[in-house]
Design a protein around this ligand. Structure first.
Ligand SMILES: Cc1cc2nc3c(=O)[nH]c(=O)nc-3n(C[C@H](O)[C@H](O)[C@H](O)COP(=O)(O)O)c2cc1C
Length: 208
């Protein structure tokens, strides 16, 4: 698939076919991630790939399995989600936080080596490692799209990353930015529409 086609086709996928993805394809996709730009040239990233459902059950046990209609409405009010498409996105996404990972063919946990306190950076460059892994994550998403697959992600909340470290046994000096679910998009599923933006409204030539 051509690059711009993959960029245009990539959408967050939260519903998957029950399908095994081969190790070769997963390795190909992660190796695209490993080609991303990185602040210190070291690409000090590790990936735990969970394909075993017993491990997935333990890994995901802190993630809420759904949300009541009343709590969903409250969340939309509390987070001031006023845009219709944005509301559509949250109504679709929030109830699927557990399922979108559990039903994925694999859960990829990217890990970066974090040398400073990521939650208390002293300057922007202390966030370079965190910024770099997001370049890696986007490469993974685009490579998955090019393979006819789809991805979602969840930012770990509360105890979820401490729990993930216990289950997956990754070292103390690695930091987990997100969970990634990857799989074959469920046939007929329509991903939430993106907000459309006219680039001319956002580009400022020479001066804002
Ligand atoms: C930094 C970041 C955090 C996100 N957190 C979550 C999340 O916790 N759960 C989720 O389902 N989607 C999450 N998403 C996915 C967004 O909801 C999604 O990218 C957005 O709605 C745009 O849709 P698209 O990816 O289909 O273009 C996150 C995306 C980014 C870039």
């Amino acid at each position: 698939m051509e690059l711009f086609e993959a960029i245009n086709q990539r959408k967050t996928i939260r519903d998957f076919e029950n399908e095994v993805i081969s190790k070769e394809i997963l390795e190909k996709i992660i190796s695209a991630g490993l080609k991303a730009p990185t602040n210190d040239h070291m690409r000090d990233w590790q990936f735990v790939v969970v394909t075993d459902k017993d491990v997935a059950v333990r890994l995901l046990e802190c993630i809420p399995k759904g949300i009541s209609d009343a709590d969903m409405e409250q969340l939309i009010r509390d987070w001031n989600l006023n845009d219709k498409l944005q509301q559509e996105c949250y109504r679709n996404a929030v109830p699927k936080q557990y399922r979108m990972l559990f039903d994925a063919s694999a859960i990829i946990i990217p890990l970066l080596k974090q040398k400073t306190d990521i939650l208390h950076p002293e300057n922007v460059s202390h966030l370079n490692g965190f910024a770099s892994i997001w370049c890696c994550i986007e490469n993974i998403f685009l490579a998955a799209t090019a393979e006819g697959l789809g991805c979602n992600l969840r930012i770990p909340l509360g105890e979820e990353s401490t729990h993930a470290r216990e289950v997956l046994k990754y070292p103390e000096d690695y930091f987990m930015p997100c969970f990634i679910g990857i799989g074959r998009p469920l046939k007929g599923i329509k991903p939430v529409r993106q907000i459309e933006i006219n680039p001319q409204d956002r580009i400022h030539w020479n001066e804002y």
